[in-house]
Design a binder for this molecule. Structure first.
Ligand code: NIG
Ligand code: FE
Length: 390
């Protein structure tokens, strides 16, 4: 059983061997064939399209790969809107707010945590996100971190162990003891549910040595590394991520020339999270500097109850274009193929044969409208693994 999506006004494949040779590999008057197994089997100009078992008329609209949101914290309970309101009247963002969510999360039932996770994943899907990475990090005990990851693993294939999010209150006087817990028994309880390990390397969270110890323990257990790096000020996070061979260094707000050079010379993707700067009223990272140096840049939401409670990749694209100097083409690439690179995935973030048929039909003639029409719900249809949810 194959389905032909025909009369696509603008098709973004993210494969430069298609179309005009630009990184987006964009075709006009295009068609796409997907099979029952959930893969793309053909992409090209409409006039060359092969016959298929079923036909869908896209009516001249734009089709893009589903967004790959490579950074989100979705297993939590509680509301921090009062903290947001206080920030908007001049209070600074402080990493310590994480402990508020930890208290609520520990007190929540499995059912409540799962219901919130499912609600947020559905909210993301409606906005075009078809792959999501979900972190733990609001449990901070072996039991609470492993239950967060077990819940996440039921609903997504990209799960990240973030026991090293912050030192919890009960370890305030023994941060080294907490690092031992995170790298030992907590890791042991979590590793079967996680693909990745992450650490918040920042003043007030984990310093360079503690972060390295946590990452090394995770990598020894078979997890891939990622790092929350250089978010609130300049620090060792980006260098550490590159040295440890992390798939991604996330935030990258405060970088010096050596950090930019390290990212450009490594396989570590610079993942920018402009919703955080929006929601904390902070300076945005310099995307142009990273791109000019040759670094791979991803965009992600960082959806979490504290620093940024948006689940919208179109909003992040609009911010990246307006506030970080990215072109609409670069921003779309970073929110799709860039996110896939940050998760070391080659099966998502593109629409060419062999890729998963995860795609978005936009109520717009081109992807440029994602930034040109900020805040407008342009996502008309979302296909996941070749299926259009009814
Ligand atoms: O990515 N940086 C650390 N963690 C989250 C914020 C979590 C929170 O404030 O609850 C982030 O911004
Ligand atoms: Fe984060």
């Amino acid at each position: 059983m194959t389905t032909l999506l025909d009369r696509i006004g603008s098709l973004v494949t993210n494969d430069p061997s298609y179309g005009d040779g630009s990184p987006l590999g964009r075709l006009t008057d295009a068609a796409l064939v997907v099979d029952a197994g959930g893969s793309v089997v053909w992409a090209g100009e409409s006039r060359n399209a092969p016959a298929a078992d079923a036909y869908v008329d896209v009516s001249g609209r734009c089709v893009i790969p589903g967004f790959v949101d490579s950074h989100a914290h979705l297993v939590f309970a509680g509301d921090r809107s009062a903290e947001f309101a206080a920030r908007m009247s001049g209070q600074p963002y402080e990493a310590g707010g994480i402990r508020t969510t930890v208290r609520h999360t520990r007190a929540a039932t499995d059912e409540a945590l799962e219901a919130n996770l499912v609600r947020l994943l559905a909210e993301m899907r409606r906005q075009g996100t078809t792959t999501v990475e979900v972190k733990s990090g609001y449990g901070l005990t072996a039991r609470d971190e492993s239950r967060a990851l077990a819940l996440a693993a039921r609903h997504c294939d990209e799960t990240t162990y973030l026991g090293a999010h912050i030192v919890p209150a009960e370890y305030e006087d023994d941060p080294a003891g907490y690092v031992d817990l995170v790298s030992g028994p907590m890791l042991e309880a979590c590793r079967t549910y996680a693909r990745w390990i992450d650490v918040f390397c920042e003043t007030g969270a984990f310093d360079r040595d503690a972060s390295r110890a946590v990452l090394d323990a995770g990598v020894r257990s078979g997890l891939g590394a990622r790092v929350h790096a250089n978010q609130l000020g300049h620090g060792p996070g980006v260098q550490l991520a590159c040295e440890a061979g992390a798939a991604s260094a996330d935030h990258c707000t405060f970088l010096d020339d050596a950090d930019v050079a390290a990212l450009a010379g490594s396989q570590t993707v610079a993942t920018l999270l402009p919703g955080v700067e929006f929601s904390t009223r902070s300076p945005y990272p310099d995307a142009r500097r990273l791109l000019a140096a040759g670094a791979t840049v991803a965009l992600a939401s960082d959806c979490n109850p504290g620093s940024c409670f948006t689940s919208s990749m179109p909003f992040c694209i609009a911010l990246a274009v307006r506030e970080m100097g990215m072109t609409p083409d670069e921003a779309l690439w970073s929110a799709t193929a860039g996110g896939a690179a940050a998760l070391r995935r080659t099966d998502v973030g593109r629409l060419t044969p062999g890729a998963r048929a995860d795609l978005v039909v936009l109520d717009a003639p081109s992807h440029v409208h994602l930034a040109y029409r900020p805040g407008v719900p342009l996502v008309a249809d979302v296909w996941k693994s070749g299926h259009r949810p009814s």
